[in-house]
Design a protein around this ligand. Sequence first.
Ligand code: MIG
Length: 661
Amino acid sequence: MIQKYVYGHPFPTDAVVKEIETAKEPLPFFETDNQGSFTYTLAEDDIVYGLGEQIRGINKRGWQYVSWNYDNPNHHEDTRSLYGSHNFIIVCGKVTFGAFFDYPGKMEFDIGYTRRDTMQIKAAKNDLTVYIITGENEKDIVKQFRGIIGRSYIPPLWAFGYGQSRWGYKNEADIREVAAKYKAAGIPLDSIYLDIDYMERYKDFTVDEERFPDLKGLAADMQAEGIHLVPIIDAGVKIEDGYSVYEEGVEKNYFCKNAEGGDFVGAVWPGRVHFPDFLQPEARDWFGKKYAVLTEQGIDGFWNDMNEPAIFYTEDRLADTCAEIEKLTAGNMGIDEYFAFTGMVAGLNGNIGDYDKFYHNVNGQMVKHSEVHNLYGMNMTRSANEALREICPDKRTLFFSRSSYVGAHRYGGIWQGDNKSWWSHILQSMQQLPALNMAGFLFTGSDTGGFGCDTTEDLMLRWLQYSLFTPLFRNHSADGTREQELYRFSNADAAGNMIRIRYSLVPYLYSEFLKAALRDEMMFRPLAFDFADDADAKQVDDQLLLGNELMIAPIYKQNAKGRYVYLPEEMMLVRMRSDEDYETEILPKGHHYVPAELNELVFFIRNQKAIPFAKAAKNTAETDWNTVRLLGYSGCSYEMYADNGTSPNPEDSLTVSVIEK
Ligand code: MIG
């Protein structure tokens, strides 16, 4: 059952697509002060799941989180906001229910942080819609929620292949080198990503003619090798005379305005920029149609970046800061002045006050950005998705975004933002997966190997052993960090074996993805969602169920030659060195220490289940679905979902078949 409660005058976020009548009975579970604050008393053993892309564990209890889409490449346990805001939680324990707080501005979730027994959720203003969902269990609550927010985005099949990315590929030769070296190393590859350097001075929908003189030719050569090029698009539009995107946007009033009615100026990679007003349908249509500049050159995938939007600085604040600094540095700087100085400089980037300085035009009304902040990234990806469905109506285009809000899951996937080459960020990524799935985000994954900092070859290998299960499987790193293409490492053979295992798993992963999307289910679940009465399962926050057949338990500690794993039922341990070299062993329910050398992937097949396992291919287009055989318990079958991998509506080519062992 879903009950809807409206407070004040909520901004229409488009998160929920189903009409629901406002409830007549009073709000259950929470006390509200009718000022935007909602309080729930937590029982000692209550678990709180959800919040999508957030830091810390699967159980969110014991911290304060803030929904405020934010570019934080240095996030760790202390962080409160990340790139997306997904205000859906499930409280599980004394009473079990789901709650979605549909509010596009800043929201705080104090989940037993101030007081262990109190959850206090607070919207900046009392203008929001609250949905309370009760059901049979957590999975049922999620299914009901997903039913009202609309079907999750389904990418083309090739997006399930392995992708190589790096901020730092400067020109066509760099891209060709990556493709050639992967080929020479015999490591499968489906995509190479183009970061901001392909553009002319970071201008959206331009291609630098010197460094990429023939993108169309390059894209065609890559296609011939089964490789898709995936360029980045940034939110900010460079202010530059003669640049048509800038000039059109100014002329048509498609950019966000400042208080005086002029076009708001921020600074990001291109220098001074205007931000497209993605809340205007006409602006969305206009910006989205620009993607054709690239699809015309053979491009069929994009990633949308900097769309929180990230703002390095605004002109006003920079001017004020410089004036203050002048005063501070006039005499002999004392320690207090020194810290004031460094604080002011550090505070330029992503300054929350800057988001009060610009406005969206919503049906002629000027709406302050900070009140609808968390919708920006979602509407950028919506702009691309809706336009591309017109431009390329016959096939799916790959999209994923950095920033998001509930509802964005209908338009594209998300990557989990800028992480680091830290062991803890393998775990952090995994812990976000079920919460993201709860909110509809199925196509997701982390920057494998780590984005910031220098990776190591063992970290890379262990990260691959985790990421090879995530729908988005991309190796990405930041400019200036240690290069991490797999062929650079002394363990490239072992890494290549992991990639080949991924390709053997593509039929299974794709099938489970389709099921999750078409049935509004979760692909990745905490153990307790399936084993509700198992007290030990509730404690597990570094293992996940994947689909209905697998359990993953990645190794995320350096120098570990194995790990403890909890089996909530008898399962089959699979220990794989390559798609052809592996052994299996049945383990009883309970706690086990599972050894795994660095070059060994371990995962578990659930009791009396089996998964389809194909011959590894050099890319997804070459996957031979006829070679699919069952791996797992004998005497059981698997229900496989498949389609042609490209039709915009998956139902048009969907096949459901039963594979028997
Ligand atoms: O401020 O385009 O998250 O993936 O490589 C950094 C450069 C801008 C942030 C993205 C990252 C990308 C980088 N971008």
